[in-house]
Design a protein around this ligand. Structure first.
Ligand SMILES: [Zn+2]
Length: 488
């Protein structure tokens, strides 16, 4: 991709996100949802589209759509309708998909997206319910359609409830697109709407991208980048498409409205097909389903039951606890981690709590395949450990050792320090003795130090830490080294 001058152009980006809903059963039949089970083991006449069968709407899917709409600030339509979207593909045995068209269940919301650089707003055009298609499995040819020897259809996925969330074209950079999608994922997970596993396809994002001259308010011709299945690919794909369009326009050409595929391995964009229009699908109301008319009292009950959303939680933590946005983002899901962190942060300095929970605790536990809330380290233990660093009983390296012991035994940190004799050397005389001995044992370095070679302070601190088995206070040793060698 050749370098392009972006200063004269403004990208305009909107996202369409499909998420699989965390219902127990499919959208219009009683088959269980599954991932990774034997092909065609969760099917019935409805999701196989046998003649004469009738769909029955899954109430839980409607509930999850309403909860999402409320969290995204949408209006819940008092009356919405399913339509048939007609097209043929081997993974769609009915030759139509049941979807929503001009009467979606959620309309007109907006979200505020938090980033390290502040907040920006994204409008939500709509969110609507639909069913997923089945899945084609290609045999031979490396599992790709091109070059495959044969292809089969796995109907396990067919009829899975999907929610399609469509944003307004309010996004201006690939980084904003990524931030919006990440926050949306946390929100949907917090609501229990979807597990949003991009690598399993339970969250898939398409990006509508156009560019226009900087300062213009008219929209340029947009293209649609399909099915990006990771945040990194989304950001790289959007950047590649912006660069491609700018290059075309700068050369005096015109962008064609089409559907594109981004190949992350080659960092290349390929055309899939010319963009179809809505009328190509011959939408018409689904005659086998009644309109969705949710009870207002049910909607209000769901609104009242909404949890604190990740965006509000993060904003509150950054404002009230003074922790960084990055810490807040990492610690704000899952909810067990939220509870764990808030417990620790209620006992000690919140920044230290964030550091330890996010950093050393999770690093040590990861090796054991444990999460903080499942481990033997209670929030009280971790707060006690941080307290032992604050009152200089423990250096940070020693605290890490103590933590490993608490993880293994479940003993309180102070008891571990006591039992293992791990406390920092607080006896000034003992530290002076170590420093004086080291200066005598390393006469060359000591001489250079006295001549003002400041860097050697670190050398002596390192030696002192080694000599004390990590139990010396490095700051105190550094001060003593300076004092004894005549540096100020
Ligand atoms: Zn079924």
């Amino acid at each position: 991709m050749s370098a392009v001058d972006l200063s004269r152009w403004e990208p305009v980006i909107g996202l369409e996100i499909h998420v699989q809903l965390l219902t127990r059963t499919k959208m219009f039949c009683g088959c269980a949802l599954s991932f990774g089970d034997a092909p065609n083991s969760h099917t019935c006449p409805v999701c196989l589209a046998h003649p004469g069968v009738l769909p029955v709407l899954n109430r839980e899917a409607v509930r999850l759509a309403i909860v999402t709409g409320l969290a995204l600030g949408c209006e819940i339509a008092p009356h919405s309708q399913f339509h048939r979207k007609n097209y043929f593909y081997p993974d769609l045995s009915k030759a139509y998909q049941i979807s929503q068209y001009d009467e979606p269940i959620c309309v007109g919301g907006h979200v505020s997206v938090l980033t390290p650089d502040g907040e920006f707003e994204v409008g939500i055009t709509r969110a609507h319910l639909e069913e997923d298609a089945a899945k084609l499995v290609h045999v031979g040819g490396g599992g790709r359609r091109a070059g495959a020897e044969s292809s089969g259809v796995d109907f396990n996925r067919g009829g899975t409830p999907l929610l399609e969330i469509v944003s307004e074209p309010d996004i201006r950079t690939s980084a904003q697109a990524g931030a919006f999608l990440r926050q949306l994922r946390s929100t949907l997970r917090r609501l229990g709407v979807s597990d949003c596993n991009m690598d399993e396809g339970s969250m898939r994002a398409d990006a509508n991208v156009s560019v226009r001259p900087a300062g213009s308010t008219e929209l340029g011709t947009k293209t649609e980048l399909k099915n990006m299945n990771s945040f990194r690919f989304l950001e790289r794909g959007v950047d590649a498409e912006i660069a491609r369009q700018v290059a075309i326009l700068e050369a005096g050409g015109a962008v064609t409205q089409e559907t594109l595929h981004y190949d992350p391995d080659l960092n290349e964009i390929h055309s899939l097909r010319s963009k179809e229009e809505a009328h190509d699908y011959r939408y018409f109301p689904e005659p086998d389903l009644v309109p969705v008319v949710p009870d207002r009292s049910w909607i209000e009950e769901l609104r009242a039951g909404l949890p604190e959303l990740p965006v509000d939680l993060r904003r509150r933590w950054v404002r009230d606890l003074g922790i960084s946005f990055e810490d807040a983002e990492v610690l704000s899901e899952p909810r067990e981690l939220v509870a764990y962190f808030e417990d620790v942060a209620g006992r000690v300095d919140a920044k230290a709590a964030a550091n330890w929970v996010r950093g050393e605790l999770r690093a040590q536990l990861r090796e054991l395949g444990q999460e903080p809330w499942e481990s033997r380290v209670t929030p009280a233990h971790l707060a006690e450990l941080i307290g032992l660093i604050d009152d200089r009983t423990l250096s940070v390296p020693l605290a890490k050792e103590v933590l490993a012991e608490v993880i293994a035994s479940g003993a309180a940190p102070a008891a571990v320090v006591e039992e293992k004799g791990l406390g920092q050397i607080s006896d000034e005389g003992a530290l002076v003795e170590i420093v004086e001995r080291l200066l005598a044992e390393n006469p060359d370095q000591a001489a250079q130090l006295r001549e003002g070679k400041d860097k050697l302070v670190g050398f002596f601190v390192g030696q002192a830490m080694k000599a004390s088995g990590g139990r010396a206070d490095p700051a105190r040793v550094g001060a003593l080294v300076r004092e004894k060698s005549g540096l100020s």
